[in-house]
Structures are given as structure tokens and as C-alpha cells.
Design a protein around this ligand. Sequence first.
Ligand code: ZN
Length: 93
Amino acid sequence: MLRIPCPFCGERDHAEFSYGGDARVQRPALDDRSEERWYRYVFLRDNPRGPHREFWQHVGGCRAWLVVERDTGNHEILDVRFAADAMKEAQCE
Ligand SMILES: [Zn+2]
């Protein structure tokens, strides 16, 4: 059973959360005219086995958006952060 430790509410069943997609995808600049980059951004996703960063929203709790690093092979949760904090950290890297 997949349980996600929300940083605000504590550990909860995944049924309280809504999956929001791949957290590694980077949107092209709004003035980027490359059809290939926009096509990849909108339609193409990896399907990795192993650690994967994903957006989840705690819709049945605090409603916060989270970035969850989850091993897709065994559903082990490796890291959970508020999405706003994760995005700030990603900009600083
Ligand atoms: Zn929560």
C-alpha cells in the first residue's frame, strides 16, 4: 500500500492524494517557437523504473502540492517536499 508522508499532515494513504504528473518536465520559454520542444513538453513522458520525481496534491487534506520522489519499482517514498520549496531549490541549482 502506498502511503505518502505529507510534510503538513503526516503520513496518509495515497487515496487522499491526486497525481499531478512528472515533476522533472521543464516547460519551454513562452517565446520558444520550436515545435519539437513544445511537442515533447506536452506529449512525451518517460516511464522509468526506479526513483522518479512526481507532483502530488493532498486533495483530501491540506491541499498542498508536493514533489514526491518515489521508487516506481517498489513504491518506496524517498523524499517529500512542498512543491514551492522544491521549485525554489531547483532554480538555485
Ligand atoms: Zn497534507
